[in-house]
Design a binder for this molecule. Structure first.
Ligand code: MN
Length: 209
């Protein structure tokens, strides 16, 4: 069995991503699960996407969609356009050298983002799930935007849910879920957090400087 390495909410912070990756002693069969929010707020969204794509040269990689990619991809809608413009989108435009260039540059990447990744033991998802509904009935918006209703109630899935989107000062851990967004991109001193899940069910957190 492979280990899973989960990383989420990088938000354009290429330096923190490089630093975190340099601290992880990888094995060839490790599977990286990037859980969305690659873009917005930080200085180098384009560089972050280039870097996570590059990781697939050495390791199997899963790429999930985050709320910020969802808003960007729906930005012909007035509401999502507002979100993109007001939650760090202009930094993304700047890093690509124009709005049109974002999708053009990374079309394949944006077109192939998944809403979740399910294994025997884990469900990886950007924001979480609506705990009242089975996995196949989840709405796309809940999977990328849900917060309190998911975090502060129990869910019925046998898998442990690994999520980002909602920031905590330290990784959030309860019986059925682990949240690993520590505010990277939003706060200057926030750490980017990587979670290594090994074959024996051990959970190891690695923080960028
Ligand atoms: Mn985020």
């Amino acid at each position: 069995m492979s280990r899973y390495i989960a990383i989420t909410d990088i938000h354009g912070e290429l330096g923190k991503l490089e630093n975190l990756l340099s601290k992880i002693e990888t094995k060839p069969d490790d599977i990286f699960v990037f859980m969305g929010d690659y873009i917005d707020r930080g200085p180098d969204s384009k560089g972050v996407i280039d870097r996570v794509i590059k990781q697939s040269e050495t390791h199997k990689c899963i790429y999930l969609i985050g709320s910020h990619e969802y808003a960007f991809l729906h930005s012909d809608d007035e509401y999502f356009h507002y979100l993109f413009e007001n939650y760090g989108g202009p930094q993304t435009v700047k890093s690509y050298g124009g709005f049109e260039k974002i999708y053009k540059t990374h079309k394949d990447f944006f077109d192939n983002l998944k809403f979740y990744y399910l294994t025997d033991k884990y469900l990886f998802v950007h924001a979480g799930i609506n705990p009242e509904l089975p996995l196949e009935k989840q709405s796309e918006r809940d999977l990328v935007y849900i917060r309190g209703k998911f975090i502060y109630s129990k869910h019925n899935l046998p898998q442990k849910i690994i999520f980002g989107h909602t920031e905590f000062e330290k990784p959030y851990i309860d019986e059925g879920k682990i949240g690993i967004d520590l505010g990277c991109g939003k706060y200057k001193n926030a750490h980017l957090c990587g979670l290594i899940l090994d074959e024996n069910g051990n959970e190891k957190f690695i923080l960028s400087d």
